[in-house]
Design a protein. Structure first.
Length: 269
């Protein structure tokens, strides 16, 4: 007890001398920190998980006052927005999250589709080649037969008087086809009268009257063996041989379709 009394007396002396400070209740309680500027700032910076309610204003499908780089709410996924600076942004997927990124940037499950631009068609060349002249292009005109004319029917068809005139196509059909085929061959001279619409396998040998595979615009060329008249002479020779029974119809058709200039020699006529 005496020691305690001595300690109390010593403390009283030291306190009166200002050498001992006794903590009060106010000093012992932790001080309340003042609100910082960052805590009062409205908006969300990049890396935050949400934005304050006042930062986004939805106007229809558009969002205003968005925070660039910030996470965007689920309702804004795939939609456009505008920052306070007036720049356009879009809520796009960035990995596992959705953020406001400049409009047109990569990312997002609903990118704005780019307009499809159709390439201009390249100019095409002639459909048929002129390198075979005075013969037609075999890819365009390989020749076509009239199924009604066979070896058994030649007496009542091609060998009967007036047959070719009877089955000849009308002039309107031939003239229209000639204009079309002149263009297909790429002739610079487009004057129809400079071409004869020729049956490669002639009607007198059972050629198809209207097939475009048997009709072609034969140029009226000068020179022996190049004019339509020269081919007409070959056609007459082969027709006489078929109707006399000297040459089978099929062989005559094949020979003149392949090359009318060598058909007579090929058939030994």
């Amino acid at each position: 007890m005496r020691v305690r009394s001595l300690l109390i007396a010593l403390c009283a002396v030291l306190a009166s001398a200002g050498l001992l400070v006794v903590p009060s209740a106010a000093m012992a309680a932790p001080a309340m920190a003042a609100p910082t500027v960052a805590a009062r700032t409205v908006g969300v910076s990049a890396g935050t998980s949400s934005a304050s309610a006042g930062c986004y204003r939805q106007v229809g499908d558009h969002w205003e006052c968005v925070t660039p780089g910030a996470f965007c709410p689920a309702a804004a996924h795939g939609r456009n927005g505008t920052s306070q600076d007036g720049d356009s942004y879009r809520c796009v997927q960035d990995g596992s999250y959705w953020r406001w990124k400049p409009a047109g940037s990569s990312g997002g499950t609903t990118p704005k589709p780019k307009p499809t631009v159709k390439p201009e068609p390249k100019p095409s060349g002639p459909k048929c080649s002129r390198k075979y002249l005075p013969l037609p292009d075999p890819k365009c005109q390989p020749g076509a037969r009239n199924p009604a004319v066979t070896q058994k029917t030649i007496k009542s068809t091609i060998c009967a008087p007036g047959y070719s005139r009877k089955v000849a196509p009308p002039a309107s059909y031939v003239n229209a086809l000639r204009v079309t085929q002149i263009a297909q061959y790429g002739y610079a001279d487009r004057k129809p009268s400079h071409y004869k619409e020729d049956h490669l396998i002639p009607l007198s040998l059972g050629g198809s009257p209207k097939s475009a595979k048997n009709l072609w615009p034969q140029p009226v060329l000068a020179g022996k063996g190049k004019t339509p008249a020269a081919k007409d002479a070959v056609e007459l020779t082969l027709w006489r041989a078929v109707c006399r029974g000297e040459v089978p119809l099929a062989k005559a058709q094949q020979a003149i379709a392949k090359n009318w200039r060598t058909a007579v020699r090929r058939l030994a006529l």
